[in-house]
Design a protein around this ligand. Structure first.
Ligand code: IPD
Ligand code: CA
Ligand code: CA
Length: 269
């Protein structure tokens, strides 16, 4: 853990330099941006991480590595929240999550701009800047501040777009409010430290969630897919909560998806 944190702090210097300077911006998709810093931070981290975890498959977002369910894998998002990074909005982070046999064992999310370092090891609790963190204790959805995000596929106005808009329609009146900060790894860590009471998003990639999931679980949170089942990397929706409000949130998310798939929770009893 300590050596992994050293690597993140080193990569964070490069990240911070990029955040404050002019950058070369290219498009991976219509609205999916990438800068030379995404690539440089990933290369640096891959080099360091491959020495720390020699027998692990390393999956980095910018290397075009295919998502795999290798028994031992490290998932790297060099800049989670690239749109924020480009617009100089200080919610962006480096995310590194280590998984073994389908479960996270080590995770770290570092926002070098705000100097917030979240990390966890399985069974050892969750921390932000060396202080133990815990989820909130709000049980009512109506009093829950819920974060979410919008997948890049929204531009196609297909199923993901419909799911996002219908879900917001369902949730907005029955939550305290909804937030969209722009970096899934931070959203999840903000559930872990009690800033948010819950988070959900569809179509996230393993590198977005691999680290945050462990931080949230170790802080007392619950992580499932939209049906309330144990979350597996690659599932269509991730739901992270303080655990007390989880079922109420799942009901709102599962209903729409279920209805669309012709199978509601109510029908299944
Ligand atoms: C994105 C961010 C964003 C989420 C998108 C992700 P990126 O990651 O986490 O909050 O809504 O779905 O793809 O592309 O900035 O690494
Ligand atoms: Ca990401
Ligand atoms: Ca990224």
């Amino acid at each position: 853990m300590e050596k992994l944190i050293d690597s993140l702090l080193e990569a964070g210097d490069l990240f911070r330099e990029g955040f404050h300077s002019a950058k070369e911006i290219s498009h991976k998709g219509t609205v999916d941006l990438v800068t030379e810093y995404d690539v440089a931070v990933e290369n640096l981290l891959k080099e360091r991480v491959s020495k720390l975890f020699p027998d692990y498959t390393i999956v980095g977002e910018e290397s075009g590595d295919e998502f795999c369910r290798a028994p031992k894998a490290v998932y790297i998002d060099p800049i989670d929240g690239t749109t924020n990074f480009v617009h100089k909005i200080p919610f962006c982070a480096i995310s590194v999550g280590v998984w073994e046999d389908g479960r996270p064992i080590v995770g770290a999310v570092y926002n070098p701009v705000l100097n917030e370092l979240f990390y966890a090891e399985r069974g050892m609790g969750a921390y932000c800047n060396k202080r133990r963190i815990y989820v909130s204790d709000t049980s009512l959805l109506q009093q829950s501040l819920v974060a979410t995000g919008f997948p890049y596929t929204k531009v196609e106005m297909g199923h993901d777009f419909e799911w996002v808009t219908e879900t917001i329609k369902n949730l907005l009146p029955v939550t305290q409010d909804i937030r969209r900060l722009g970096a899934a790894s931070i959203d999840i860590c903000y559930v872990a430290n009690g800033t948010f009471d819950a988070f959900y998003e569809c179509n996230l990639k393993p590198w977005d969630v691999a680290a945050g999931i462990l931080v949230a679980e170790e802080a007392g949170g619950k992580v499932t897919n939209h049906l309330g089942e144990e979350y597996r990397l690659g599932d269509p929706v991730v739901v992270v909560s303080n655990s007390r409000n989880h079922d109420a949130l799942i009901d709102k998310l599962a209903y729409y998806r279920g209805r669309k798939d012709g199978e509601t929770r109510q029908e299944r009893g």
